[in-house]
Ligand binder design. Structure first.
Ligand code: AMP
Length: 283
């Protein structure tokens, strides 16, 4: 496994792979790798001949009061996991490499898709993500790129970015990797106390219950959503959002229609940990 730290390094590595006729798949991550990331790597492997994983905690996607400083950094074990998965190249840049030190004159404005869910709750979050993913796509130039359904809004925004900025990469979305009790795997789960971890899967339980009720015919789910939020509050969660959203516009939908797909998504705080999860439902 090669480890590339500079842009020149990673470009040379990818050029070599492509020159040898290999289709290159890319899995961008912020490290602290877990089973969810591994399923992305496995999917990448299925669709390409060589896998490039990037590990970079992107400061631009953290708000001033968010957890950039304490975000788990486990580079050594991440590299071991990548080695085990027979990843061809890990791109491990530092911030000087990604952003340089000169003053920046440009940013990317997201005009749609960003008003609700995490876009609504975390100002600047997706601007930071599209900035870094745009850079990473320009640097790595992957044939295929894999993102997780866990961050569905991220997938949708990147899908639109690829279209509008003419990136030549095919996007794939990997299903959500979960722990045995259903909790969506996340690097931030490391923040949960033992007690918090015991109830953390409640968000997924609520989503499953709402899905069941919608499928049973509750097509105006406002009350249902409110009840589930109340139940989560009673268990000790602090609600951010819980709603059905349109798959393409990422806006909340109060009246669901048969024959359509929606993303049923929720975000809660449990102590200092923010948890997100979603289910794609087809009615
Ligand atoms: P992160 O390191 O959290 O920025 O995530 C890197 C990639 O892994 C993103 O495409 C995420 O959507 C994806 N990912 C994170 N957790 C999961 C999970 N539990 N299941 C599937 N994909 C995930």
């Amino acid at each position: 496994m090669e480890i590339a730290k500079t842009i020149e390094d990673i470009r040379n590595q990818v050029s070599d792979l492509k020159a040898r006729g290999k289709k290159v798949a890319f899995v961008p991550t912020m490290g602290a790798l877990h089973g969810g990331h591994l399923s992305l790597i496995k999917m990448a492997r299925q669709y390409a001949d060589a896998v490039v994983v990037s590990i970079y905690v992107n400061p631009e996607q953290f708000g001033p009061s968010e957890d950039f400083g304490s975000y788990p950094r486990t580079t050594e074990s991440d590299l071991e996991l990548c080695e085990k998965e027979e990843v061809e190249v890990v791109f491990l840049p530092d911030t000087e490499t990604i952003y340089g030190s000169a003053e920046k004159y440009f940013s990317i404005e997201i005009k749609e898709l960003n008003d609700y869910l995490d876009g609504g709750s975390r100002p600047g979050y997706f601007q930071g993500i599209v900035l870094v993913v745009n850079k990473l796509f320009n640097i790595v130039k992957p044939d295929v790129s894999v993102f997780g359904q866990k961050d569905y809004q991220q997938y949708r925004i990147i899908e639109q970015m690829v279209k509008e900025f003419n990136h030549e990469t095919e996007l794939l979305m990997a299903p959500i990797g979960r722990a045995n009790d259903g909790l969506a795997l996340s690097s931030r789960n490391a923040y949960l106390s033992e007690e918090e971890r015991k109830i953390a899967a409640s968000l997924y339980r609520s989503l499953q219950y709402i899905e069941q009720q919608i499928k049973a015919g509750v097509l105006e789910p406002a009350l249902l959503l409110k009840h589930q939020q109340d139940e989560l509050e009673a268990k000790g969660f602090r609600n951010d959002y819980l709603a059905a959203f349109s798959m393409d516009k990422m806006s909340p939908v109060s009246k669901l229609e048969k024959g359509n797909q929606y993303v049923l998504a929720g975000a809660v705080y449990l102590g200092k940990t923010r948890l997100i999860d979603n289910i794609i439902i087809e009615i």
